[in-house]
Ligand binder design. Structure first.
Ligand code: C2E
Ligand code: CA
Ligand code: CA
Length: 278
């Protein structure tokens, strides 16, 4: 039993070493990616349910390595957060997205609002307000067209800092959305106190609502709560006409998902808004 235990340990530690070395390799690659400008932004349209019009877009990062691979953010954002590389990467995302959206505003699409994801570290970082103000000033993008998406967890873990930060952002006119709502552990009490503009219903609820009555009931409750707190509601991950019909029925304001469009490159997005409707 002892020998076996030892072997197990050996095996386990080899495994850990492998994971650790992969992590270090990925971290190094990520640092290089920043200097090599290997990150690109994609934009997913957000659609007003009532009119079917595109009213904005969410910027989503992609990593195109020099050998042509595309790494999804799910794979590198957590490590970027752990290594704090998310700070320079996040600044780049905000700046680049505002710069691009400003071009769309200047070519006749000034109604478009831009949603940008903020990682918890970025949101709670003391430099955030300076970064946001600098970016808006330099790019000329209006604060009132910018919506920053934060997750439930960050708001609850450090409620006091989060509240102060949200107030500062709102004071300069920036909008705030709560992302992936329903998957974390936010309390309704916080939801009531925070100065939020938009609630994003997490994908799992949306994707199961057509087949699972409890999910449908939860979506209905989320729409009701959001509206009563003067927030608008956007459903994410809408993939079918059936889901859209249900969401329309429940009074959801906006949708985002493959049904209308996958995230698009800046050029593809330009083409889409020039064409107008779908
Ligand atoms: P998220 O903020 O919840 O973004 C929505 C994700 O759902 C995106 O994945 C999008 O491509 C995907 N999606 C959109 N419509 C559909 C649909 O109809 N069906 C399905 N199955 N998926 C859909 P993506 O781009 O891989 O991003 C994953 C996550 O990575 C994002 O989740 C966000 O948390 C994070 N992320 C992406 N870009 C950034 C960024 O610039 N900064 C930070 N901090 N996080 C980012
Ligand atoms: Ca998001
Ligand atoms: Ca989300």
């Amino acid at each position: 039993a002892k020998a076996k235990g030892k072997n197990n340990f050996q095996f386990f530690s080899d495994d850990m070493a492998l994971i650790a070395s992969r992590k270090i390799a990925l971290e190094n690659d990520m640092r290089r990616a920043i200097t090599n400008k290997e990150f690109v932004l994609y934009y997913q349209p957000q659609i007003q349910v009532e009119t079917g019009n595109i009213i904005g877009m969410e910027a989503l990062i992609r990593w195109k390595t020099d050998d042509g691979d595309v790494v999804s953010p799910g794979e590198f954002i957590p490590l970027a957060e752990e290594t704090r590389l998310i700070l320079p990467i996040g600044e780049w995302v905000l700046y680049t997205a505002c710069e691009q959206a400003k071009k769309w505003h200047d070519t006749g699409h000034s109604h478009l609002k831009l949603a940008v994801n903020l990682s918890p570290l970025q949101f709670l970082h003391e430099d955030l307000m300076d970064v946001v103000k600098f970016t808006l000033h330099k790019t000329g993008f209006p604060a009132s067209s910018l919506e920053l998406e934060i997750t439930e967890g960050v708001a609850v873990d450090d409620a006091e800092i989060a509240m102060a930060r949200m107030r500062e952002l709102r004071e300069i006119g920036v909008r705030i959305a709560i992302d992936d709502f329903g998957t974390g552990y936010s309390s309704l009490n916080y939801l009531k106190q925070f100065p939020l503009n938009n609630l994003k219903i997490a994908q799992p609820f949306v994707q199961d609502m057509a087949t699972n009555p409890s999910d449908k009931a939860l979506v209905e409750a989320m729409v009701f709560i959001a509206h009563n707190l003067n927030m608008s509601v956007i459903a994410e991950g809408v993939e079918t006409e059936e889901q859209l019909a249900l969401l329309k029925d429940l009074g959801c304001d906006e949708i985002q998902g493959y049904l209308y469009s996958k995230p698009l490159s800046a050029d593809q997005f330009t083409e889409l808004i020039v064409k107008g409707r779908f």
